[in-house]
Write a protein that binds this ligand. Structure first.
Ligand SMILES: O=C(O)CCC(=O)C(=O)O
Length: 329
């Protein structure tokens, strides 16, 4: 962990879904918080569906008993407590959230286009590390990244999102954003030639060095979000997540639960990709945030490794309504 990056907890403005002020804020800061994309009741319902997914994996997880939440039963988690595979992309919770009109409206307003395709990506769940220190997720400074290759994908391409489902505080921690950093994206190619040379232009992930000088002068924030709020960010904005800045005073519930969700214009995709997307629903294949290309998250090395000894029962193939089918393509 580095000590040259100071993260603070911030209360930023929260905007109405679809408002032009939200779009202006996103353009200027590289991220924006949309207030109440889900109502409190919808966020609660999503949490119930989240636990249904976990319990139905069949490994013995019980939502009421944190002693059943250890790694031997928990689905494979990658950096930042993200669950990217094992059917999560087609779980009832993810399809429920994608079907909420305010969520789609928020993305439609950003793109000025309501023919959108959704990602089939996963969730981030943080188990209480005050109960088991091994559950603590990566500290923010260790994995500051952008999700777009600076040479392979110049310009604006993607706006990612996450829906927050649980109460947040400086103690729980959360997503970390470096405000305005999307404006420095153009400079990355000249600043890090050696580091970039090791990353194929089709790989949309660039991680900043721990002792990065750019980051040393930046002011990363954990944005306060209410349950049901949606955060949108430009994939060029430097971000990650981080445990809290204080020690939480509870140990019997999740510290954080967010649904990762991304919608991009269908016009950016093509028939070949859409055919793979339709098959992905039937095969319960999860993806990354991108819907213009097909990037199979079940091929992540950690998921492949876990599947060598299959122990998770996948959810049922979803029965999608018309709106959801349109989001598949
Ligand atoms: O959990 C988070 O907030 C981090 C999400 C993230 O880094 C990503 O989706 O690229």
């Amino acid at each position: 962990m580095t000590d040259n990056i100071n993260i603070r907890y911030a209360h930023v403005p929260r905007f109405k879904a679809g408002s032009s002020d939200a779009n202006d804020y996103l353009e200027e800061n590289g991220f924006v918080v949309i207030a109440n994309a889900l109502s409190t009741e919808q966020a609660d319902h999503a949490m119930q569906l989240m636990w249904d997914y976990l319990e139905e994996l069949g490994t013995g997880i019980d939502r009421r008993d944190r002693n059943t939440w250890d790694d031997d039963r928990w689905p494979t988690a990658v950096h930042g407590g993200i669950l990217p595979g094992h059917g999560i992309g087609h779980s009832a919770v993810q399809w429920y959230i994608r079907d909420i009109p305010t969520v789609k409206q928020s993305f439609a307003s950003v793109w000025n286009d309501d023919e959108l395709l959704t990602s089939f990506d996963g969730v981030a769940l943080w188990r209480p590390w005050t109960h088991n220190p091994n559950w603590r997720t990566n500290n923010g400074p260790s994995w500051m990244h952008i999700d777009q290759h600076p040479i392979g994908r110049p310009g604006k391409h993607c706006v990612q999102g996450l829906v927050n489902l649980l109460p947040m505080s400086a103690a729980t921690g959360g997503n970390v954003m470096v405000p305005g950093s999307h404006k420095r994206f153009e400079k990355i190619a000249t600043l890090y030639p050696a580091r970039l040379a090791r990353i194929h232009p089709s790989i949309d992930h660039f991680r900043f060095p721990n002792d990065d000088e750019l980051l040393a002068t930046s002011e990363p924030i954990i944005c306060h979000m209410e349950p049901g709020d949606l955060m949108l960010w430009d994939s060029r904005t430097i971000h990650c997540s981080s445990p809290g800045l204080e020690t939480p005073n509870f140990d019997n519930d999740l510290f954080r639960a967010v649904s990762l969700i991304c919608m991009m214009p269908k016009a950016k995709s093509n028939d070949k990709v859409i055919a793979k997307r339709r098959a992905a629903v039937e095969n319960l294949t999860s993806t990354t945030n991108w819907s213009d290309r097909f990037i199979n998250a079940d091929q992540f090395p950690d998921i492949i490794e876990a599947n060598k000894q299959p122990r998770f029962k996948l959810p049922a193939v979803p029965e999608l309504n018309e709106t959801q089918q349109q989001l598949v393509g």
